[in-house]
Write a protein that binds this ligand. Structure first.
Ligand code: LLP
Length: 424
């Protein structure tokens, strides 16, 4: 049987004229479970994780999956069973992670707006570390921990002021961003933290952005953070772990991020050269663990030729897969069972009443209504950012493992979307 691989989607391939994810024929899944449908490959996730694990062989490193990328319980379960911790940003994510079997000690809590209630919930669960993002938050955390009679383990998220060279909406380590404590203030803030009895300083953290495809911003940020560690430790405060955040990009459209192991070979060389190679390390990757593991299957409802544009109207929309509408992000779109013959250029759009509701622009496709398309690299920041806009139930989700198929989330019905509402 002929296999044709697809760049950027390592576990997606055509076998003859049918698109497969691992050993599962995607047209069969679409027929059984309906569309739009998210389908994830367990092997793709574990292989992405293995690249990090190879990179860290022989080191003390904890990988904390940034679950905002895809927080479906069964996805979390895959990573928890593989030994990962989790980077969370809300009390809701904490509840999810624990429900999926996470080890609380391997959970780190990031985010600029943690509430008292969330702090309490996380302290009671016994999480590993709070990545504190401001002085105000530090004081509140001290207060909450003191009231509970515990000490909160903390890192400060330091803003290294490094340009990650990515989309402005997803760069986070620049001076103008809301994230972290300014590099210049970090030492003073650490000294303040060390004096607060409700806190225990355990580490330092940074995260400079997302979909980063170059190594240099990471190397620069690392230099800035290690300079600080040296300064902080001179004052007698021990930095037990160093957390370098997430952010490594994936291949959406010919992007060429370094493989995780190659990136870490360079970063570890720097850590070794500066004498920090045996420190406890942490990272918070999200997209690079799940992005290329997922596809979104969608059915063509109508084709609509136009004077200026041809539209291919599909049953997935910006509520299901918001990245194109939000960031003008590019996702490859391919036919699940390609037709022979000539193709036309289409904008692939959803049924939502907004011109921003598009999934792909100017795509060469040979399609008819009833055909299935696959939107690729849809494992990260798609389902987790989905909404019920236009009272559209969220898609179902399926996890494939070899030839096995697991329905991991049922399709939401219209009733589900208004089940918490009441008439007056
Ligand atoms: N750690 C922190 C503190 C973060 O804020 C993020 C992502 C991560 C880790 C994981 O970053 P990753 O490895 O996934 O790049 N919705 C956007 C991406 C937003 C990223 C937000 N923070 C998108 O669809 O491109």
């Amino acid at each position: 049987m002929s296999h044709t691989a697809i760049a950027g989607a390592p576990f997606v391939a055509y076998r003859q004229n049918d698109l497969y994810l691992e050993d599962v024929k995607l047209s069969d899944l679409a027929r059984t479970h309906g569309t739009p449908l998210f389908v994830y490959s367990k092997a793709a996730m574990l292989s992405a994780l293995a690249a990090y694990q190879r990179g860290f062989a022989g080191r003390k490193a904890q990988i904390c999956y940034a679950m905002k990328a895809n927080s479906s319980l069964a996805i979390l379960q895959v990573f928890a069973q593989a030994g990962c911790g989790f980077d969370i940003v809300s009390g809701g994510e904490l509840s999810r992670a624990l429900a999926a079997g996470a080890d609380a000690k391997k959970i780190i809590f990031s985010g600029v707006g943690k509430t008292r209630a969330e702090m309490k919930q996380a302290l009671q669960a016994g999480i590993g570390c709070f990545n504190v993002e401001s002085e105000a938050e530090l004081d509140v955390l001290h207060e909450v921990a003191t009231r509970l009679g515990v000490q909160a383990p903390v890192s400060l998220r330091v803003n290294p002021n490094v340009d990650p060279k990515t989309h402005p909406y997803i760069s986070t380590g620049l001076k103008g961003n809301k994230f972290g404590v300014a590099h210049e203030r970090a030492l003073v803030v650490y000294q303040h933290a060390a004096r607060l009895s409700g806190l225990k300083v355990v580490g330092i953290d940074c995260h400079i952005g997302s979909q980063i495809t170059e190594t240099t911003p990471y190397l620069d940020a690392m230099d800035r953070i290690l300079d600080l560690v040296t300064e902080i430790e001179k004052t007698g405060i021990h930095i037990h772990h160093i957390d370098f955040g997430g952010g490594l990009g994936i291949n959406y459209n010919g992007d060429t991020p370094p493989p995780a192991d190659a990136l870490w070979a360079q970063l570890l060389a720097k850590l070794d050269a500066r004498g920090y190679g045996q420190r406890q390390l942490m990272i918070e990757p999200g997209r690079s663990l799940v992005g290329n593991a997922g596809v979104c299957l969608t059915e063509v409802i109508y084709t609509k030729p136009g004077e200026q544009k041809n539209f291919c109207i599909v049953d997935a929309a910006m509520n299901d897969l918001p990245r194109p509408a939000m960031y003008e992000a590019f996702h490859q779109i391919v036919a699940v069972q390609p037709r022979a013959g000539s193709a036309l250029t289409y904008d692939v759009v959803g049924p939502i009443c907004e011109s921003g509701d598009w999934l792909g622009r100017d795509r060469l496709l040979n399609v008819q209504s009833g055909d299935m398309l696959a939107v690729l690299s849809a494992g990260a920041y798609c389902m987790s950012m989905s909404s019920n806009y236009n009272t559209r139930g969220r898609p179902a989700e399926v996890l494939v493992d070899g030839a096995q198929v697991h329905l991991i989330r049922q399709r939401e019905s219209a009733f589900d979307t208004f089940a918490l509402e009441s008439l007056v």
